[in-house]
Design a protein around this ligand. Sequence first.
Ligand code: THU
Length: 137
Amino acid sequence: MPCTLEELFAEARKAAAFAYAPYSRFRVGAALLGADGRIFTGCNVENRSFGLTICAERGAVMYAVSRGCRSFTAIAIAAPDSPVPVPPCGACRQVLSEFMSPDARVYYGGSSAGRVDLTLGALYPFDSLHDLAVSSA
Ligand code: THU
C-alpha cells in the first residue's frame, strides 16, 4: 500500500473540514485509495430537502470516477463530531461494492483515537446484485 491506513485517515479528516452539514452538524470526510495510488476525498453535502444529502463516501466515489479511477483498495472515513467510529451507511456500502473487492479495507474513526479496521466483505456480505456486476476492475 502506498500509504498507511492512518495516513489515509488523516486525508479523510482534512476532507471532513469541508463538510456542508448545517442541518445535522455532523461532519464526515472520506478518502479513497485508488488502485493506481491516487487518493480521492469527499465530504458530506446536505440539502434542505434532507433526502438529497450525499454522504462523504459516495461523494468521494463520484469524484474518483470522474477523475478516471474505478478501482479502490481502501477507504478511510473520519467523523470528527462523533465520539465513536462511524461506518459507511447501507447505501454507501452498496456503492462502494461496485468499485471495491470484498477484501478491500474499510478504516473508520470518530473524534477519539479508536479506529475500526474491517474489510468491505465483512461490512457488506451477501453483496446485493452480485451477479450483475461488470468484471472490469
Ligand atoms: N454521513 C456520511 O456522510 N457518511 C456516513 O458514513 C454516515 C452519515 C452524513 C450524512 C449526513 O449529512 C450526516 O452524516 C448525518 O447523518
